[in-house]
Structure formats: structure tokens, C-alpha cells
Design a protein around this ligand. Structure first.
Ligand SMILES: [Zn+2]
Ligand SMILES: [Zn+2]
Length: 197
């Protein structure tokens, strides 16, 4: 007659803390001329599961006013300003996705191409598949974009680039795709502590 209802005990003895749950902090995903629709669901799911938040998706084109001095690149900072201004519903962060090439001034180059850009003041971020998709499978592209998007949202949480000794997706990729491929799909314990504090 013994009722053997023994719930499985999960082992949370790991020293790495989980990120705190933020139930009412919805992230808005804005597709700004984002062509890789097949992987959108995976990106949305990754954001929700990693940062423990709901997301909503909005689709739109890329405004030509955000183009840089190079006609094939769009300026990351202008995109973030645009996303922030259209955030009239006050979503916690606005996470832009695009297939267009994006750039930011760096190392004396006004149109330095980047995988993504995120503001540390929490206004928003933009990630591009343009430099991630060359010659790779959809699965590989998904993995790369997931890491880039999680990295940019890390900046939105106030994180700077990680200089800890641990593997971490908040390291500065410096434009190198190998860095993205080699890094884990997780931030290190030091970055998690900063977000949780
Ligand atoms: Zn970064
Ligand atoms: Zn880190």
C-alpha cells in the first residue's frame, strides 16, 4: 500500500548559478529584412530558454535611412537607435535580426563589418546573418546566430566583453568567426554573477 511517489531529485550541486528568472520582462524580436525564416523559431526559443523570458516577434523591412556611407552596409548604432525609438510598448530589450550587412566604426574604419552590436544601456541590439552564413549548413548558421544574439543581449544586460579565464560567449570575437565557433553556448560564472547581482 505504500505510495511510492518519489519525485526525481535533480542535482543542483553545481557551483555555476542559473540566471534568475524575470517573468515579466518580455523581449521584442524585430526582424528587419531577416530572410532566414526557417531558423527564427530556434533563435526565439534559445532567447526564451536562456534568459528565462517571453518574447514577441515583429516583422518589418530595413529602413534605408539606416544605411551607412557604404551603400551595402547598415550602421549598427543607427539601427539600435531606431529599434529603441519604435519600442513604444516598453519591452525590456529590442533584439533586431537582419540578413543585411551591418557595421560600426572601429580601428579607424568607419564601416567595420560586425556580426552584431548591442548597447550596454539596454536599449537594444542587432545581429546579422550576413557574415555568419557563408558556406555553412542551416544548423551551423543557427548555432552561430544563437551565440551572437545571446552575446548581444548580454551587452543589453550591462555586460562588457569578458576577460575571465573561463570559456564564455561574452568574449570579444574581434570579427573572427572561429572565435564564435569555438566558444560555448553559455556565459561564464563571472558574467552570470554580474547579471544576477
Ligand atoms: Zn560584444
Ligand atoms: Zn564571461
Amino acid at each position: 500500500m505504500a505510495c511510492s511517489n518519489s519525485p526525481e531529485k535533480s542535482n543542483h550541486a553545481s557551483s555555476v548559478p542559473e540566471l534568475k528568472e524575470n517573468k515579466n520582462d518580455t523581449i521584442q524580436i524585430v526582424c528587419l529584412y531577416f530572410k532566414e525564416k526557417n531558423i527564427l523559431h530556434a533563435i526565439k526559443f534559445k532567447i526564451e530558454s536562456y534568459y528565462h523570458c517571453p518574447t514577441v516577434v515583429k516583422e518589418m523591412g530595413m529602413p534605408e535611412s539606416l544605411i551607412s556611407i557604404n551603400p551595402y552596409k547598415y550602421e549598427g548604432n543607427k539601427i539600435i537607435n531606431f529599434l529603441s525609438k519604435q519600442n513604444i510598448n516598453h519591452y525590456r530589450f529590442v533584439v533586431g535580426l537582419t540578413s543585411k550587412d551591418i557595421c560600426t566604426p572601429k580601428n579607424g574604419n568607419k564601416v567595420w563589418g560586425v556580426f552584431g552590436l548591442g548597447s550596454r544601456d539596454g536599449r537594444g541590439c542587432i545581429s546579422s546573418t550576413c557574415r555568419l552564413k557563408r558556406g555553412v549548413t542551416e544548423q551551423k548558421l543557427t548555432e552561430r546566430l544563437e551565440k551572437v544574439v545571446l552575446h548581444e543581449i548580454g551587452h543589453n544586460h550591462g555586460l562588457d566583453h569578458c576577460v575571465s579565464a573561463y570559456p564564455c560567449f561574452m568574449k570579444d570575437a574581434g570579427g573572427k568567426i572561429k572565435t564564435v565557433d569555438d566558444e560555448p553556448m553559455d556565459m561564464c560564472i563571472e558574467c552570470k554573477r554580474k547579471i544576477n547581482s
